[in-house]
Ligand binder design. Structure first.
Ligand code: PEP
Ligand code: MG
Length: 679
């Protein structure tokens, strides 16, 4: 048994980020580790419990370690605390006051600065600006319904099983939500990783377990524990911890619904677009709002740095928060003008006000519209060079949208969507049907189907991977599929059967080594011969620096490359793409990444092969001229970005872009590259 005392120097104490680092460090060790503060003693491996200690700046904690690796654990915790628990420069978390704007995601608008001096219009409500833009329309009040739980108890083992199934399903739902938000705003999507982590919180799970053993059913045990833990954090009267309490309730409710078999997502939406009002919206609520039906939203509570506000900005939904409970007196169907830029809501505006708001809205849409009108036209530079613009999609609906939005093909179909949210893998027939529908929806345009990119960070209940210390460096992507050939063979059979319904291509993710490519390509060739299927181009993703550096050799054999800049950046800079503090610095415009892209393009073109970019960098307006200048042949971007990326290409001159790219390759930092490109 070892004991240590620490003074927590972080400006905001042992709060969200430092607490997360502390707990993550403790979790690496087998020893039992407890943290004592005041009269409380908690499990150091439980984020909720550690947050609940409410340790402030300058506060002292005592840590007790007991177990085989207590020495190592003590050393690691000492180092973690001494180096600032992820806040090396002791940067405080942004205070959750109404006047602090959250850091914008790259390419996304920042939180609007509230304009305190604006005069409140007649019939006006004032809240806090949370996501810019105007929404004009009738109100629809979104009411949260309570989940009804049964009283039955089926026995300890059966209740544990139910809980485990619900937790696994919750993990998958959260992963799917994360993917949805990540397509627009990868940074904001990280909140769903926090939610996933809460579902593995030792303290939370232990408390539920105890209640199940005391003969409460899984639903009751879960509900009571979530309430206790969230209440503990709320009681500390701290806005940051209150936000964590909201996260616990949000994720708690998700599991509760699964346990109760309640699908209350079937809200009766009106058949026309609405401005949603609610007491509050969780990040999950916000991420699932349908932009076809929702013009914007306002909440009675909440702050502009809350995750739901951040997600609203990511999804381009105008939003006002913290309006007060008076908001909920506005009846369904009442006309409002919601201004997400100044935080004001005009209730029952007169005709003149409505007209003025409408003309403002029209002007804002004009720019997007000009781009959209030309979306179907090719993207040709001023000096007559054509770049292909394709779509990143995750399913049939996306394919239909992509085809209508000017996509010249699908540059990346993430097939994970077919494999998530289920207890068994999709059958070959099921997969065939989906690939065929996508091929048909794209009406003969090329569709690149990426084989399953799963593992480590993207677990599937029916693909058991032993726990890994570094999932991103573990069994994922092609590696995992080659180790489970039946999974890959079924998928390849389904793709090759669908190949005669369109123009399909196959792409392997996470290729590091030529032998992996050979094994995968041999599988394709064998299955193709067996099925007598048409020949399809087969390529690889360039996501691992090793593959970029070997591009000249790969290019002699593959039909094409597509550069996954999200992973290529993470592996080049050794920065976890989901890391709460590093993700913002993990910039694909880093010259090291650009040099790898350059090597890939040169390698490919020397063998007459083409290169695409399907990572987020492809839609970053500052990256467009550089990628064009480096000789990238295709950009594959999310559907909403297609028109804007095409418009951007049309404004560029390739010869100029080549000069700019050459200068970028000689820069020392990503910042220098961004300054070089300018606005
Ligand atoms: C990438 O890594 O850039 C990529 C497109 O793949 P994913 O984001 O699905 O890992
Ligand atoms: Mg990737």
């Amino acid at each position: 048994m070892k004991q240590l005392n620490f003074v927590i120097d972080n400006a905001t104490g042992l709060h969200a980020r430092p607490a997360k680092v502390f707990v993550k460090t403790a979790k690496q060790f087998k020893s039992d580790i407890r943290v004592l503060h005041g009269s409380k003693k908690v499990n150091a491996k439980s984020l909720i419990a550690v947050l609940g200690l409410g340790v402030e700046h300058g506060g002292t904690i005592q840590v007790e370690l007991d177990g085989v690796d207590e020495e190592l654990a003590a050393e690691a915790l000492q180092t973690a605390v001494a180096t600032g628990l992820g806040e090396g420069e002791h940067k405080p978390e942004p205070a959750t006051t109404n006047l602090v704007a959250a850091k914008p995601a790259p390419g996304k608008p920042a939180a609007p600065t509230p304009v305190a001096v604006d005069k409140l219009p007649k019939n006006g409500l004032r809240g806090v600006a949370a996501a810019p833009g105007l929404a004009i329309g009738p109100v629809f009040q979104l009411r949260q319904t309570a989940v009804t739980l049964t009283q039955e108890f089926a026995g300890v083992a059966a209740e544990q099983d139910r809980l485990e199934t619900a937790l696994a399903c919750g993990q998958e739902q959260l992963f799917a939500l994360r993917q949805k938000v990540a397509a627009q705003a990868p940074e904001e999507a990280a909140i769903f990783d926090v939610h996933r982590e809460l579902l593995t919180d030792d303290g939370l799970l232990e408390a539920v377990q105890q209640k199940i053993e005391a003969r409460q059913n899984a639903g009751q045990a879960w509900q009571a524990t979530i309430e206790e833990q969230a209440a503990q954090l709320s009681a500390l009267d701290d806005p940051l911890l209150a936000a964590r309490a909201a996260d616990i309730r949000d994720v708690g409710n998700r599991i509760l619904k699964l346990l109760a078999g309640d699908d209350s997502s079937d809200v009766q939406w009106p058949d026309h677009p609405v401005v949603v009002i609610a007491h509050d919206l969780t990040p999950s609520d916000t991420a699932t709002l349908d932009p076809q039906k929702v013009l914007g939203f306002a909440t009675a509570v909440g702050g502009p740095t809350a995750h739901s506000a951040i997600i609203a900005r990511a999804l381009s939904l105008p939003a006002v928060v913290s309006v007060g409970e008076g908001l909920l007196d506005v009846a369904d169907g009442t006309a409002v003008i919601l201004n997400g830029s100044n935080g004001m809501i005009q209730v029952n505006p007169d005709e003149a006000a409505q007209n003025e708001a409408k003309s403002q809205l029209a002007a804002a849409k004009k720019q997007q519209q000009v781009a959209s009108e030309q979306a179907a036209e090719p993207a040709i530079t001023l000096d007559n060079h054509r770049m292909e613009i394709a779509a990143n999609i995750g399913g049939v609906a996306d394919a239909q949208k992509a085809n209508q939005s000017g996509a010249e093909g699908v540059g990346l179909l993430r097939t994970e969507f077919l494999f998530l949210d289920r207890a068994t893998p999709p059958s070959e027939d099921e997969q065939f049907a989906v690939y065929r529908q996508i091929a048909e929806a794209m009406e003969g345009k090329p569709v690149i189907i990426r084989t399953l990119d799963i593992g480590g960070d993207k677990p599937l209940p029916y693909v058991k991977v032993p726990p890994e210390d570094n999932p991103f460096l573990g069994e994922r992507g092609l590696r995992l599929c080659l180790n489970r050939p039946e999974l890959m063979q079924e998928q390849l059979r389904a793709i090759l059967r669908a190949a005669s319904y369109g123009s399909l291509r196959i792409m392997f993710p996470m290729v590091a080594d030529m032998s992996e490519w050979h094994a995968a390509k041999t599988m394709v060739d064998e299955i193709r011969a067996e099925l007598n299927a048409p020949e399809v181009p087969v390529g690889i993703m360039i996501e691992i620096p090793a593959a970029a550096l070997m591009a000249d050799l790969f290019a002699k054999e593959v039909d094409f490359f597509s550069i996954g800049t999200n992973d290529l950046t993470q592996y080049t800079l050794a920065m976890d793409r989901m890391h709460p503090t590093l993700a913002g610095k993990s910039d694909g415009l880093h010259p090291a990444v650009l040099r790898l892209i350059d090597a890939t393009v040169r390698g490919a073109h020397a063998s007459g092969k083409w290169v695409g970019v399907c990572g987020e960098l492809g839609a970053d307006p500052q990256a467009t001229p550089i990628l064009l200048g480096l000789g990238v042949d295709e950009l594959s971007v999310s559907v909403p970005s297609i028109a804007l990326v095409k418009a951007k290409i049309r404004s560029l001159n390739r010869a100029e872009a080549q000069k700019l790219a050459a200068k970028a390759l000689a820069c020392a930092t990503a910042r220098q590259v961004r300054d070089l490109v300018g606005d």
